[in-house]
Write a protein that binds this ligand. Sequence first.
Ligand SMILES: [Fe+2]
Length: 239
Amino acid sequence: MVKRLLVRGLLNGLAALLLLLTAVAPASADFALPPLPYGPEALEPAIDATTMTIHHDRHHAAYVANLNAQIQAHPELKTLSLEALQGRISQFPEAVRNNGGGHWNHSQFWAVMAPPGQGGAPSASLQQAIEADFGSLEGMQEQFNKVAAARFGSGWAWLIRRPDGQLAITSTANQDNPLMDQPEVEQGTPLLGLDLWEHAYYLHYQNRRPDYIAAWWELVNWSEVNRRFAATGDAPVKG
Ligand SMILES: [Fe+2]
């Protein structure tokens, strides 16, 4: 009898605990931190394992947590994919812009990198587009490096495909990106984006941002860039 009462009491306690957990849990884990597609040491020597671990596990995780914290005040966030959110970011406050941008930007950043020697090369069609718009791959990289080095403070450098089909190099401040409907952002489809925040390189490179940029080209996952380029379609989109 005593044993049965104890079991019942335990079960009731568990049920109450479950109810409490459900009530106090965040709205949901609507936006989730994607795992790194490789080990944190995989990008060495260009990017060291400690930088990768802190960057992914703390910085990116914080953007995701802070974005999810906005859901209660802005429940419409639950109806949008992360990518769709970027195109409607002007409808939300600064915290959603910063953290929603941070989440999208970093998710693409991990995807467009690969361990040295594993990133492949530009596809024939991407190579052709790069040559048409920049003269050569080296010409594109030179322009990218210049724009990336010139970004004052924190931000990102991008290779984008404009709505008219042209490729272009752009830069955005803070955690903005080319998908955002903000007047100061040149809109286009991001094909390749480089994190220029000091948290991305300072441990290893300190203030030598150009050295970080130069080393980073060895990590570009061209297979992923090719996929993103192919997804924009073969024919230029006429405005
Ligand atoms: Fe970052």
